[in-house]
Every structure is written in structure tokens, then in C-alpha cells.
Design a protein. Sequence first.
Length: 168
Amino acid sequence: MHRLTHVLAATMVAVLQVGCTDVGGVSEPRSVVAASEASLDASGTVRPIQILDACDPASFDAVFGVGTCVRSGGRNIFDFVGEVTAKGEAGAWRFAPGNIEARVGQTLLAVNNGGEKHTFTEVKQFGGGLNALLNTLSHNETVAPECNTSTMIAAGASQTDKLDEAGV
């Protein structure tokens, strides 16, 4: 259970990493049907987690480059930064469910239903990600070392992580 808590806590920081560099590569989108079929695993061995955001293509692309946000509509980058500054997080950038219980042998299926690339990384201790400004705004200035080699999950893509050891 604690291992999963660390995974989810670290990924919350990753959700805030709008300007992350493409460090470990990007997984390509796969069929939503395939992801849905995996999430309906009757044995209960697959635990789906949605990665969500609300980026606005016009403002996010203007700041971070064309193609940063590929969804329709959303929140202006300046509103996003204002919310992170005020609260240390942005409510629309999240994982659903927010908490999940999983056991050794089960698989976490992280599906990026947002408009940006995100990471889903197991870390030993919760910390910041690869964007120094967002780390400062969210009060997570110590980067979790595992983030330096994480794989970015493209919008519409997914990543699995089979739990092979109990948490600490």
C-alpha cells in the first residue's frame, strides 16, 4: 500500500510538469478500445488510473511550443500558473481515482486522457519533477531522482506497471 502511495504522490508532481523535457521517450497513443478492454479485466488484476489535465492549446503552445497541448478548450496557462501559485496544485491536473489500493501481482494501467504528455513514475520518496518553476510554485524543489529517467506518456496513450514487490 505504501509503495502505491509513493507512486501516486510522485505522479501528482508529474502532472504539474507541463514543461517537462522528453527525457525517457514518449509512449505513443494506442487504441482507447484496447485500454478500455484492459481496464475491464474481470479478474481484477488491472487497476486503471486516468491522467487528467485541462490545458488550453493556444496559451500552452504559445509558452511551451506547438503541440504541447492537443486537446480542445481548457484552461489558460496563466490561470494554471496562478492556481499552482496560490494552492501548490491545479485541481484539473490530477489522477482519477485519487487513491487506489493495489496488491503485488496486480497491474496499474495509467491512461493519459489529458491533452499533454505526463509521467507515471514509481519513486522512493515524493518530490519535484523536471520543471524547476513548477517545482518552486508547488513547493517541491527537491527533484525525485527517478523522474530523470521517466517515460513521458503522450495524450491518448497508456502505460502499465505490474506491482512486483510490496511497498515499504
